[in-house]
Write a protein of this length. Structure first.
Length: 116
């Protein structure tokens, strides 16, 4: 018998933020992500905040959020990938390569991290 996790306000905020992000409404996405309080979702909160800041050109904030996401959950492959993209933008190719390696160690099937 498995217990189903009850949908929380934080789940709703995460999904609403992801929808706003997909609609390129990054400021509204940030508002939703910032209101997530549930510990289980904190790594996703920080990773998605980072992605939103990155899209707005707020690169220092994006970097801080990606680092916080990885500190919160060292197994979140998407955060390593996003940090790799950030490092490519910064022309820090060696560091980007290490982040892609970390990403693939966590999830060997994470296609965006595979270099053709």
């Amino acid at each position: 018998m498995s217990r189903e996790r009850k949908v929380t306000e934080s789940d709703i905020l995460l999904n609403r933020g992801l929808t706003k992000y997909d609609m390129q409404s990054y400021t509204e996405a940030i508002e939703n992500f910032n209101n997530i309080t549930e510990d289980e979702l904190k790594a996703h909160k920080h990773n998605n905040l980072g992605a939103s800041y990155f899209q707005l050109g707020l690169f220092d904030e994006a970097y801080k959020e990606y680092i916080e996401a990885i500190k919160t959950d060292s197994q979140l492959a998407q955060a390593y990938y996003n940090l790799a993209v950030f490092n490519i933008k910064e022309r820090k190719y060696e560091h980007a390569h290490r982040m892609l390696d970390n990403c693939l160690k966590i999830d060997k099937n994470f296609k965006p991290a595979r270099i053709p």
